[in-house]
Design a protein around this ligand. Structure first.
Ligand SMILES: Cc1ncc(COP(=O)(O)O)c(C=O)c1O
Length: 461
């Protein structure tokens, strides 16, 4: 039986159901502060259970949750799919915790989400960074290529896992087929952060989902493009991987709450059922058709990034107007908000909740800006990011700073040459500006100023 069915049945037969003296203590909506009832409604509370008779336990699923996991594993053609009610973040942490021990080396693309940096602290593993190629025309980092990975793996035999993001935040795909071949040759795990690729399994995209291209593990956020609420996500282990599902379950149990949200588990079930249905697949096609029409409706001064990338991500540039300036106008004049903007472009994330009307408003606004603005302005681009020197591994830096209190705050001038006690991430530029344990340099200071207006830094003594 499905989770959604089970909850519906509970209310159908609730006269015969047990009287619950269990958590959650709102009694399935018998108690709701009025303000919350007005905001969230009764139904959210109605769906909120814990492991009562006939329900299941996410940390040791044997009933309705296990049924869902089995169904998902079939849909995604995986060895095992896990549901994550704490976002891809929890899947990334769990993947690291399942595969890496203290002092193991891990090859990580520098344009990774901050959850990878957090995983380094939790595992005590040692990062070796790869810097993807920088595309100055769009001010973004491009894919990681198999050649770079081959070089790194040949040079450092201690690397146990490779971690990359595909599609990236900006939508750029890497060639997972080629990368996974290199990883297999060197006998290292490949983990793919596919948080932005949750529609890949259900529509006509330019690439195939990572676990079907040889990655061992992928993590997908259903809330990013697939229309689920925050922070519904999935972790998949590929059928061809040697990784035992128990390892992931145990790692998830280390970091997860023991009270997972039934409303979110219902949302995961309902969203994937929908994506997998004919109606869902049509809706994805619809979205892609609307996106093509949208692109055709843009005038000649506007370009859309058309590299090997996710069509649901609209990276758009208006000639001669910086993304930052265009974003200001869009926000202030048209009440349109984008995901992010950089010197050159703006990123608009679309998904199942994006309809033709929204895209029409966006194209009208962009066409208007391109026809009326003549500003010829580009701030300096971040063209030559250099990986900072590593002094301490992230876990050691974290412990020194936060357990031993060996950190203090200094101004920018004093910070240069010191070991950073903090990880500083900003989108853009989409790479961690500095990771705790690295040595702060002049570029760190200028990027932190430029993207975060940050002028003080936490350093280790
Ligand atoms: C590339 C990437 N990976 C992982 C995550 C984390 O995903 P979640 O919000 O589902 O935890 C994000 C979130 O923004 C992301 O952009």
């Amino acid at each position: 039986m499905s989770i959604i069915r089970k909850i519906k049945d509970y209310y159908k037969n609730s006269s015969g159901a047990n009287i619950l003296f269990t958590t959650p203590s709102h009694g399935q909506g018998r108690f709701i502060p009025e303000e919350l009832e007005n905001l969230l409604g009764q139904r959210f509370y109605n769906c909120d259970f814990s492991e009562i008779e006939g329900f299941d336990n996410l940390s040791n699923p044997q009933g309705i949750i296990d049924n869902l996991l089995n169904k998902l594993s079939k849909i995604y053609n995986s060895k095992k799919t896990f549901i994550l009610t704490n976002g891809s973040t929890s899947g990334i942490l769990a993947a690291f915790l399942a595969l890496l021990s203290e002092d193991d080396s891990v090859l990580i693309a520098r344009n990774s989400h901050i959850s990878a940096c957090k995983s380094l602290v939790l595992t005590g593993s040692v990062p070796e960074w790869i810097l993807p190629e920088y595309n100055a025309e769009w001010d973004i980092y491009e894919e990681v290529n198999a050649k770079q990975i081959e070089q790194k793996l040949s040079a450092n035999k201690k690397i146990k896992a490779v971690y990359i993001t595909s599609p990236t935040y900006e939508g750029v795909y890497s060639d997972i087929n080629s990368i996974s071949k290199v990883c297999k040759k060197h006998d290292v795990y490949l983990i793919v952060d596919e948080a932005h690729g949750a529609l890949l399994n259900f529509g006509n995209f330019k690439t195939t989902p990572a676990i079907l291209c040889g990655a061992d593990i992928s993590v997908q956020s259903l809330h990013k493009t697939a229309g689920a609420p925050n922070p519904c996500a999935l972790l998949h282990i590929s059928k061809s991987s040697e990784i035992l599902p128990d390892k992931i379950q145990n790692a998830l149990n280390l970091i997860n709450t023991t009270s997972p949200s039934y409303p979110l588990m219902c949302a995961i079930e309902g969203t994937v059922d929908y994506l997998h249905s004919l109606e869902g697949k049509k809706e994805i096609e619809n979205l892609l058709t609307n996106i093509s029409k949208f692109k055709q409706s843009l005038n000649k001064n506007i370009s859309c990034y058309d590299g090997f990338s996710d069509p649901a991500k609209l990276l758009i540039k208006i000639n001669n107007i910086s993304g930052l300036r265009a974003s200001d106008i869009l926000n202030n004049k048209f009440n349109i908000e984008e995901e992010f903007s950089n010197n050159k472009a703006m990123l608009f994330i679309t998904g199942l909740g994006t309809n033709g009307e929204m895209l029409k408003r966006l194209s009208d606004a962009l066409n208007f800006i391109s026809a009326t603005e003549t500003e010829d302005y580009f701030a300096d681009s971040n063209t030559s990011y250099m990986l900072p020197e590593i002094s301490l591994k992230p876990r050691t830096a974290y412990q020194k700073a936060n357990i031993l209190n060996k950190k203090y705050t200094v101004n920018a001038l004093e910070a240069v040459g010191k070991i950073s006690a903090e990880t500083i991430c900003a989108y853009p530029p989409g790479i961690p500006i500095i990771v705790r344990g690295e040595i702060i340099n002049k570029q760190t200071i200028s990027l932190a100023k430029k993207y975060l207006d940050k002028s003080t830094f936490e350093i280790l003594t």
